[in-house]
Design a protein around this ligand. Structure first.
Ligand code: FAD
Length: 510
């Protein structure tokens, strides 16, 4: 019997690795997999380096590790079954919930594969499915799930009531920091020998795979690599966040600043998604900070809602609705992805800064993903699969189970399976929550005319184009009343401006 560990299950604390301490462990580095998309080099370095560090940690702890560096899982399994014919493998369920392909690969080679619950999440399959079976209506609602999982886990609960009396403190969490606010910088984890080796190998091996992306093969400055690749580093990142930034996480969670790419965000998504951190320990450390009086409730509840609520919710909605989400395009958006998503070359200050950050680090924070990138994608009408593919390739924390529901469901409203309305906004939102608009070439107050901020005409044009689909949504009533106030001439000017913006984006001139 051998424990098979996937590259995003790098934990010794849980699952079959912990439960079967005497059994050997199988890890397969499948390289062809990494050529399927023009992945950010830092994403590839992160995953392969974390796997190699995990291998070494296991070996240092006396475990027998079979580590195969091959093209495909099939090749790795061939090597494994050559050494250990008819072996029985045991693994945690892949995060996306589907193990059929892996089971077939194993069975075709004469072995067996036992799948156990993925204990790197707080909410079990059964807990979610029971909740989903009880809900009314066709769609999944996060707020309802969140209250359910708070009650089930007891996190931030006083008996059956939420600590502080409210389930959420969003109203306190929409501030922008004062001009003189400088958040403590997040930690950087220097590249050690393993990471540097992986880095140069990634640069050699995957250079050719970037051809389709018009950015000439170099997204990232390797020196800028800063992500935890070991559990010890991830724990230190958690500690750093709770000590330095959690207290202001809540208030500034929606704010964007040109000079502060991290703001007070935790930067823990890559560590959580690789299994270096357990969501329960992350939540408990945050609650502990609150209980010791070192962070206010609005921050800690806001953070717990992201990890315990949104992260778990997205994973299970994906598991259950993968096929629908993968193909969804309810607003019939057909525009190709503008090249500047790869190059960062646009005069729109918000997009240029966020994309440049993604190019440098494979990261931007939630509001940048939602209200800058997805908002533009939604109102511009980018085909959801194309945008999803870009997010998947570009971010260090991207995995299908988390990127797809966020981009297709929440970000672009291509499916209403988990969102009640599109997150579409004019420059008003970006201006209120950021310092981007001040010296942008485009005028935030103008909707039409050559230098008007593209977000404005795109927003109104989006409402006009999709009226049949979304006007009836009761949460859109107010914005449609403003659309109704616009006369024919104004609507035509908006439509002309939106067409000119699309053309400029196609011409590389936005
Ligand atoms: P923080 O702001 O500090 O939040 C704490 C943690 O909460 C995160 O580390 C993450 O684990 C979890 N979290 C928060 N929001 C979500 C959410 N909506 N879904 C799932 N987990 C959440 N997250 C990913 O991990 N991978 C992705 O590929 C990804 N793609 C996204 C694409 C779009 C269009 C949007 C709108 C969101 C996406 N998210 C994704 C969710 C969220 O933006 C990131 O988890 C977060 O920005 C990561 O940064 P952080 O660790 O500093 O998060």
């Amino acid at each position: 019997m051998t424990v098979w560990v996937l590259g995003d299950q790098l934990t010794r604390e849980h699952g079959p690795v912990a439960e079967r301490p005497d059994e050997p462990v199988l890890l397969i580095e499948a390289h062809a997999f990494a050529e399927r998309l023009p992945y950010h080099p830092q994403k590839l370095t992160l995953v392969f380096s974390a796997m190699r560090h995990f291998r070494d940690e296991l070996r240092d702890a006396g475990r027998d590790v079979h580590y195969h560096q091959v093209e495909t899982f099939g090749d790795g399994l061939d090597a494994h079954f050559d050494d250990t014919p008819a072996d029985d493998l045991r693994m945690m369920c892949p995060a996306g919930g589907d193990a059929d392909r892996l089971r077939s690969l194993v069975e075709e080679r004469g072995g067996s594969l036992e799948i156990v619950e993925n204990s790197l999440f707080c909410c079990s399959r059964k807990l979610f499915d029971d909740w989903a079976a009880d809900r009314t209506g066709d769609n999944y609602r996060h707020e309802d799930f969140y209250r359910h999982i708070r009650r089930e886990t007891g996190y931030l609960m006083d008996d059956d009531e939420p600590v502080g009396g409210e389930w959420n403190y969003d109203e306190d969490n929409r501030e922008t920091p004062p001009d003189d606010w400088t958040p403590p910088g997040p930690p950087t984890f220097e590249r050690d020998e393993i990471t540097r080796d992986v880095d140069s190998w990634v640069a050699d091996r995957f250079d050719g795979s970037y051809d389709e992306a018009p950015y000439g093969g170099s997204w990232a400055d390797p020196e800028a690599f800063r992500w935890p690749v070991t559990r010890q580093q991830a724990l230190s990142a958690l500690e750093d966040f709770c000590t330095d930034r959690l207290a202001t996480f809540g208030s500034y969670q929606d704010a964007m600043q040109r000079d502060s790419w991290a703001m007070s965000h935790s930067l823990l998504s890559s560590s959580l998604n690789l299994g270096l951190l357990d969501p329960r320990e992350v939540i408990e450390r945050a609650i502990d900070t609150f209980e010791r009086g070192d962070a206010p409730l609005n921050s800690v509840e806001g953070f717990v809602r992201q990890v315990l609520g949104w992260r778990e919710f997205m994973r299970h909605v994906y598991r259950r609705e993968r096929d629908e989400l993968g193909a969804a395009n309810q607003l019939n958006a057909t525009e190709p992805l503008p090249d500047f998503f790869w190059t960062g070359e646009t005069d729109m200050a918000c997009l240029a800064d966020v994309i440049e950050g993604v190019r440098r680090r494979g990261y931007s924070h939630h509001i940048e993903r939602l209200m800058v990138l997805s908002n533009f994608g939604t109102t511009f009408g980018i085909e959801p699969r194309a945008l999803n593919r870009w997010f998947h390739a570009a971010y260090v924390d991207a995995f299908h189970w988390v990127t797809t529901p966020n981009v297709v469901g929440m970000g672009t409203f291509a499916s209403d399976v988990l969102s009640t309305k599109p997150y579409a906004a004019t420059s008003n939102y970006v201006d209120r929550m950021s310092d981007y608009c001040g010296d942008c070439r485009y005028y935030k107050t103008k909707t039409t005319g050559e230098n008007a901020c593209p977000l404005n005409a795109l927003y109104w044009d989006f409402l006009g184009r999709n009226e049949d689909q979304i006007r009836s949504n009761h949460r859109m009533g107010l914005v449609y009343s403003h659309w109704d106030d616009k006369d024919e001439e104004e609507r035509d000017a908006i439509s002309d401006r939106a067409a000119a913006i699309r053309q400029a984006a196609r011409d590389g001139d936005l």
